[in-house]
Design a protein around this ligand. Structure first.
Ligand code: AVJ
Length: 319
């Protein structure tokens, strides 16, 4: 959903360059996971969602299909707001349920990609003429105030994307959302659940190598956007579950010694063979751990919806 951040025509701002420079010069260098999602990366992610080992997408869709009606009847929203609209498949499940339940008026989608927003909104207008659709171009970590206040609103944040925020960023996110919520509003969050390590690790290291290609693509994005000369093929994909932090971590491992120039950051990286770059954390939750971090924003879990195998959950949060 963040692909337009890397529109080829938009040169990285000083702020963006400073942030990446800071990430790459840590003792464990890091590339923020937002850099996965150029057009190719977004397509690779779509392929990941169809892999047998990658259970989150289909499990979340199953839960939504089962529970959308109950959730809408409990909240009775007039307005639906989606943060980060993805492929636009899941909002349709809620809109279909809204038709049966009634009471719906407007649907707002917040996304950093303006073109993506326009395309999906024009399709939604055709298929759901009874609702008013609005697009807000923005980033869910910084632009929530632009949604305004108002009540009667169900905000949805799906796909387990909440897990890509570090715990402190996650608490800040909940505080920001809570700030624009009225007591009659609710937030529906999709969260991947803690489970056995083998199952988690398999979901991030498929035999087809799609996740490995997705991981290496971050280097291509950095090369293009910052004039760097990373050799993506000289990096191996690594994904492991850190049980103490309850997160999957993805890294790229240098298969040889190399010197990387990143002109736009005025930076040179000397990597030893075996040096690692962190590209993503994907936090896994229990009902208690999600509740604890939502509490930072004064939010409580008002209902919890999961699949029979407890793989994934939708948490309905309220003030
Ligand atoms: C986009 C956050 C849902 O963390 O599972 C998939 C991204 N990374 N495989 C996740 C991802 C590796 C994904 N989300």
């Amino acid at each position: 959903m963040l692909s337009s951040t890397f529109a080829e025509d938009a040169y990285p701002s000083p702020d963006e360059r400073a942030r990446l420079r800071e990430s790459l010069t840590r003792s464990l260098p890091e590339i923020p996971s937002v850099y996965f999602y150029d057009d190719l990366g977004s397509e690779l992610f779509e392929q990941i969602t169809r892999l047998g080992v990658y259970y989150p997408t289909r499990t979340e869709i199953g839960i939504l299909e089962q529970r959308a009606g109950d959730i809408l009847r409990a909240v009775r929203p007039r307005r639906l707001v989606e943060l980060g609209s993805g492929a636009g498949r899941k909002i349709r499940i809620l809109l279909d349920a809204w038709r049966r339940v009634g009471g719906g008026e407007t649907c707002t989608m917040l996304d950093v990609n303006g073109l993506f927003l326009e395309t999906s909104i024009s399709r939604l207008r055709t298929d759901y003429p009874e609702y008013t659709f609005r697009g807000v171009i923005g980033d869910f970590t910084t632009d929530l105030p632009r949604l305004g206040r108002g009540g009667g609103r169900l905000v949805i944040f799906l796909a387990g994307t909440i897990g890509n925020l570090y715990p402190d960023e996650r608490r800040a996110f909940f505080r920001e959302v809570a700030r624009v919520m009225e007591p009659s509003d609710a937030l529906l969050v999709g969260a991947d659940l803690v489970k056995d390590t083998a199952r988690l690790e398999a979901a991030y290291d498929d035999p087809e190598g799609v996740t490995a290609a997705f991981n290496r693509n971050a280097l291509r994005v950095i090369n293009r956007r910052f004039g760097a000369n990373f050799a993506p093929d000289a990096f191996a994909h690594r994904a492991f579950y850190d049980a103490a932090r309850a997160w999957i971590e993805m890294r790229l491992v240098a298969s040889r010694r190399m010197r990387v120039q990143i002109p736009a950051l005025d930076l040179r990286l000397d990597l030893e063979r075996g040096a690692e770059i962190r590209t993503e954390v994907s936090c896994k939750f229990t009902r208690d751990s999600l509740q604890a971090s939502a509490r930072a924003g004064g939010l409580v879990v008002s209902s919890w919806h999961t699949d029979p195998d407890q793989l994934f959950a939708l948490a309905l949060l309220r003030r």
